[in-house]
Every structure is written in C-alpha cells, then in structure tokens.
Design a protein around this ligand. Structure first.
Ligand code: NAG
Length: 255
C-alpha cells in the first residue's frame, strides 16, 4: 500500500501561451491600447489576451464582469464598450471550441483534452515516462495520460501537467474539479498544486479505487498576483503504471 506519510509530506511541503501581435490595422493604438498590450512584456500581453478572450465571450450576458486589468484602468477607464473595442483590436478570435465540451464558466481551456494538448504543458523527470492523449476518456473520446517509465522517484514528482490561468479575483473562491484514473492499487497518487502550494492528493486506492474514473474536487481562495498556475503531479515509485486525467474544470464558486 502506498504510504500515507508520502501523501502527508506532499501536502505539508510547500508557461505562458503567447498569441503574437495580431492587431487589426484599422485599430488606433492609443494609450489604452498600449496599457492593455505592452509589447515589451510577454506576460502582460498574454494576460491581456486571456482577459480579452473571457471578456468578449461573456460581456454581453454578464454585466458584472468588470475585472479589467488594473494596469489599464487609468488609460482605459471602466466602460465595457472601451474594453470590447480594445479587445477586438488586440486579440485574434478564439479558436473554435467545437472540439471541446468545456463549459463557458471553465477558466481552464481544453480541460477535456478533446482539442489536443495545448495550452497544457508537460514535464517528465526523464526520457522513459511518456505523455499521450488516450482513448476513451471520461464520457468522451480523449483523456490525458502519463505512462510511467523505468526511473521513478517517490520523493519528487515523476511527471507534471500544467496550465496557467489569468485574472482570478483575489479573495474569491474557486472550485477545481477533475477526473482521475490510476492503474494498480499501489501506483501512487496525483498531487495538485495551485501556485506551487499543495492542495490535494488523490491516491490510486481513493474513492472507487484503481482502474476506473473517479471524480475529485476541492475549493481554494485565489491569492493576489496574476497569473495562477494549476499543476497536476504524479508521485509514484511503480514503473509501468498509468495515470490518466480528464474533464478538468476551474470555476468561480457562486456565493
Ligand atoms: C483506466 O486507465 C487504464 C490504463 O490506461 C485503462 O486500461 C482503463 O480502461 C481505464 N479505465 C477506464 C474506466 O477508462
């Protein structure tokens, strides 16, 4: 059996997607535009892009969505129409979401892996652990999968899956929900970190046990600072084990 002290230790222990400059030529690059899309800063550029993607898709139905990037409010003010106009100038249209079943409220993109891997990024400890999109997924065609190779370490992560989200509201509560499937009762566990802070472990034996899909979920309060890194880690010492993930969603909790 996997030692619960490893999981306890985990909990006690303590990428940016760039879309390039696709500004339409008829747009006026005024102070507001430059505040929103400072070309010298890839981080701010991609956080503005992420904000705009959310904003332009929900502004018409959600007038409460006024979480403008703070660096832009002095130049742009707080009129939603200004942001709509700037956003439509500085950000290419969202890729068609027809492949994904993500809900509009999901702040992660491609949380069901139906659109491939992007914008998720992976890390593996060595060349023998592989990441693939596997089939079937949880009630869907595709899931994400790590197949653990020959070299494993029970003290640090063997493999990681990461996505960065933008413009979480500091102090607001968010719910992360995800499906896991781990083969073998002694394979180890998934660890989940938010901004490097361990939040949750899911052992192969938890819930319904190994080899089947288990739904997991936890709440966390967003801290100050943008962006927020959502990281899934495999902690294992069993070569050949398989760790799957699917249907990952990050949704703001309504009070
Ligand atoms: C869980 O993962 C294993 C390994 O990929 C797979 O053989 C099995 O079919 C999966 N279980 C379900 C319910 O999809």
């Amino acid at each position: 059996m996997w030692s619960s002290s490893a999981m306890l230790q985990y909990l006690l222990a303590a990428c940016l997607v760039s879309y390039g400059d696709a500004a339409a030529t008829q747009c006026f690059h005024d102070n507001c535009y430059r505040a929103m899309f400072p070309t010298a800063s890839p981080t701010q550029l991609s956080s503005a892009t992420a904000f705009c993607r959310t904003y332009t898709t929900t502004v018409n139905t959600n007038t409460a969505l006024t979480q403008f990037p703070t660096r832009a409010t002095s130049a742009c003010g707080s009129s939603p129409s200004k942001y709509s106009s700037i956003c439509s100038c500085g950000v290419p249209p969202s890729p068609s979401p027809t492949c994904s079943t993500d809900t509009a409220a999901n702040l992660l993109r491609n949380g069901d892996f139906e659109c491939g891997l992007s914008p998720w990024t992976t890390y593996t400890i060595d060349g023998t652990t592989t990441s693939t999109l596997s089939s079937p997924g949880y009630n869907s065609a595709t899931a994400f999968q790590f197949t653990i190779g020959s070299t494993t370490s029970s003290s640090s992560a063997t493999a990681r899956l990461i996505q960065t989200v933008y413009n979480l509201e500091p102090g607001a509560t968010y719910t992360l929900t995800f499906e896991t499937n781990i083969t073998g009762p002694d394979a180890g566990f998934w660890g989940v970190m938010i901004n490097g802070e361990p939040k949750r472990t899911v052992d192969a034996r938890d819930n319904l046990g190994p080899g089947v899909w288990n739904v997991n979920s936890f709440d966390f309060v967003a801290g100050v600072g943008d962006p927020t890194e959502v990281k899934f880690e495999v902690i294992t010492s069993q070569p050949g084990s398989v760790f799957e993930l699917d249907k990952i969603s990050l949704v703001k909790k309504s009070i």
